[in-house]
Design a protein around this ligand. Structure first.
Ligand code: GLA
Length: 681
């Protein structure tokens, strides 16, 4: 069975962007120019109508899609596909004025005036009705249009609403979840400061003193968002069951649980800004972070490709300062996404508008109006390369390592007062550990706690603060059956209510797996660090000393071997890294934030021991490599995140699709160079 594509039956890599003809209806010559320029830019897919509600319905009940129809026809005539948006991301002014209930209420109880966007209440029946009516009309009118590629639900759903309607839903949600006040109070430990709730209706959502409740509030807000999104989708599902629905996510945004939202859409799309600019001195570090995010995104729907819905060939206007993008960076950024499983890269925005807050936001078409710009040429060259690499569509990314990521653990950790105070950088450990894998070209699947990881020889579980029911048992089984687990001592601290797990950390039974007991935490400020020294002859092959920043754990060995020990502080001699044999496997525990030097050595050692292969045979530092395979075809993607020429060992014979040349054994990448190679027989 061939793998599904982003748009059923469409075998091109999707390339295009947000197109706002509704802003240009009075300029037919500009629209004509757009249609001349689109194929020149090698673009084939456009998101339309994201903020177009008022142009469809300038007054209540008077709806016309005439302009959209003309645009859709022109798109079809040029064999271009449309990602058609539902326009709920921005309501018309008349609606906000007539139906104040649609406007959100904030944590102070204030209802927002009409301004901005992404600010409607999740519950308002009036808005839900309006959205159903609008989406029904759109689906009826365009559901069978040959240009329609997929649905783009609203835009960057986010935020919370505390209006009376949402609060009534909150009370219902709590009652449904807990059944009794007693259970709820127990789950939140709310006897603290006399917060024992005597009614589901008195639970004030924004009260950071009851952190378990705040975790639930984030869960509730996420559920409200999903509920609204499903409501939006209902007429689309009914009238156009074969057209896939997506919505644009925002990277690793810490307030939303995208792993849950993802379960309700058909395919995954991300808005990626600003991945790279001249402002970033350590491009490889950004490259690793983006790769972590992409590995997470691919895992939401592993059986389908994902896409960049928005990215930028220049700089977003909101960057501070707004630097240019170095030559080469744009292609590198886009090929990185494709290498990690995307099959479409679209831009915000196709054309710069004449006014409004985004008039200087980077685009494919500049204010100058013609195609002779650096950005346009870059996009056009990439479009031509995409045509040469169409065979990539339907291929699969290979991954040998699993990493566990959990948004609710992030919430629980961040909402707990004490740990990490002043530096609540939850993702830091995960991203550092990921870098050790990324630099070796190992494929990594970043997965939620509820996913399967038994088949991976190596599982990395950074800051698994909150153990969901069953997770500890599954981890125990995984290790007992022969798996290698790397975790840090911030794993297994709380249960799913953010209540501390009793009996010593790592809790929930992981103490036995780790063979250690953490007695105290030392949260280090920016001026303080500790030194960890490897123990001679340790079984992980670690050597030398390294710095420990941010946090250190003071632990007792309970059967584990100390691989490294702290050299300073009153806990000099205490383990800094431990390894414990458990069943047929082992658990490696980091007792302080690892620095990249240790991570490199550790991943190198584990890679050799576990026979991990990597995408290429020799990868210089700062260059990333990914492998995608389809039947008998193998593609390797390379990105040089350094400003030096780099030589990559690739073994065998390949064709470089960027340069259209044949190469053997090794490949030279220019500064910020990138390429796609296809293996030759
Ligand atoms: C977001 C939005 C777009 C646009 C861009 C600007 O991604 O979805 O509408 O505002 O930001 O960078």
């Amino acid at each position: 069975m061939p793998r599904p594509t982003l748009i059923p039956g469409e075998n091109r890599i999707l390339h295009g962007g947000d197109y706002n003809p509704d802003q240009w209806l009075a300029y037919p010559e500009i629209l004509n120019e757009d249609f001349r320029l689109m194929p020149l830019a090698g673009c084939n897919t456009f998101s339309i109508g994201i903020f177009a509600w008022v142009s469809y319905e300038p007054e209540e009940g008077t709806v016309s899609f005439d302009w959209l129809n003309r645009i859709m026809d022109r798109m079809a005539a040029q064999n271009q596909r449309v990602i058609l948006a539902t326009p709920s991301g921005a309501m018309p002014d008349w609606m906000a004025a007539k139906y104040p209930e649609i406007r959100r209420v904030d944590r102070q109880g204030l209802r927002a005036p009409y301004r901005d966007r992404h600010n409607h209440c999740w519950t308002s029946p009036v808005y839900r009705d309006k959205v159903t009516e609008m989406n029904t009309r759109l689906a009826e009118r365009f559901g069978k249009h040959p240009a329609l590629g997929m649905w783009h639900l609203s835009n960057e759903y986010s935020g919370e609403c505390l209006c009376p309607l949402c609060r009534a839903e909150w009370a219902k949600w709590l009652e449904a979840k807990y059944g009794s006040l007693e259970k709820m109070n127990d789950a939140w430990w709310s006897h603290f400061w006399s917060h024992t709730y005597t009614s589901f209706n008195t639970v004030e959502p924004a009260d950071s003193t009851v952190d378990g409740m705040m975790v639930d509030w984030l869960r509730f807000s996420n559920d409200r968002l999903i509920d609204f999104m499903r409501h939006e989708m209902a007429p689309l599902r009914r009238l156009t069951p074969d057209v896939l629905c997506t919505t644009n996510f925002m990277g690793t945004n810490g307030h939303l649980n995208y792993a849950e939202i993802a379960k309700h859409v058909d395919l995954i799309a991300d808005d990626q800004y600003p991945a790279y600019s001249s402002e970033i001195t350590d491009l490889a570090s950004s490259g690793n972070y983006v790769a972590f995010k992409d590995n997470l995104y691919r895992g939401f729907h592993p059986d389908r490709p994902w896409m960049l819905m928005e990215s930028c060939p220049e700089s977003p206007q909101w960057c501070s300062p707004m630097r240019t993008k170095d030559p080469g960076l744009h292609r590198l950024e886009m090929l990185q996404a494709i290498g990690l499983g995307a099959e479409g890269t679209c831009y915000f925005q196709w054309r710069k508008g004449k006014g409004g807050m985004e008039k200087f936001h980077g685009a494919v078409v500049d204010h100058v109006g013609h195609e002779n710009t650096r950005a346009f040429r870059g996009v056009a060259e990439l479009g031509a390369l995409y045509q040469r690499m169409e065979g990539v569509v339907g291929s699969k990314v290979l991954a040998e390592v699993a990493m566990i990521h959990d948004w609710e653990s992030q919430w629980g950790y961040e909402l707990s007062s004490g740990p990490g105070n002043g530096r609540k950088d939850y993702l830091h450990t995960a991203v550092t550990l990921h870098r050790g894998l990324w630099e070796r070209g190992y494929g990594v699947d970043v997965l939620g706690q509820d996913r399967e990881w038994d088949q991976y020889p190596l599982v990395i579980a950074p800051r698994m603060w909150m153990l969901k029911p069953g997770t500890a048992e599954r981890i125990r089984d995984y290790v007992a059956q022969g798996g290698t687990l790397v975790m840090d001592a911030l794993g297994g601290v709380c249960d799913e209510y953010n209540r501390v797990l009793p009996g010593g950390w790592p809790g929930g039974g992981l103490r036995e797996v780790a063979g250690i007991w953490v007695e105290e935490w030392d949260w280090l400020d920016e001026k303080t660090h500790r030194t960890a020294r490897s123990v001679d002859g340790n079984s992980l092959g670690l050597s030398g000393s390294s710095e420990v920043e941010r946090w250190a754990m003071i632990a007792h060995l309970e059967g584990a071997e100390a691989v490294a020990i702290f050299e300073d502080g009153w806990y000099r001699g205490a383990p800094a890294v431990s390894v414990n044999a458990y069943g047929k496997g082992r658990c490696i525990t980091l007792l302080g934030e690892p620095d990249i030097a240790v991570v490199r050595r550790l991943m190198g050692h584990l890679g050799r021991e576990l026979h991990l292969h990597g995408a290429v045979s020799d990868l210089p530092r700062g260059v990333a490599a990914q492998r995608r395979v389809k039947e008998d075809q193998t593609y390797v993607f390379l990105q040089n995140f350094t400003k030096d020429r780099q030589t990559v060992g690739i073994g065998g014979r390949w064709r470089s699709l960027a340069n259209d040349i044949e190469i053997e054994g090794s490949h030279i990448l220019n500064p910020l160079g990138s390429d796609v190679l296809i293996q030759l027989p």
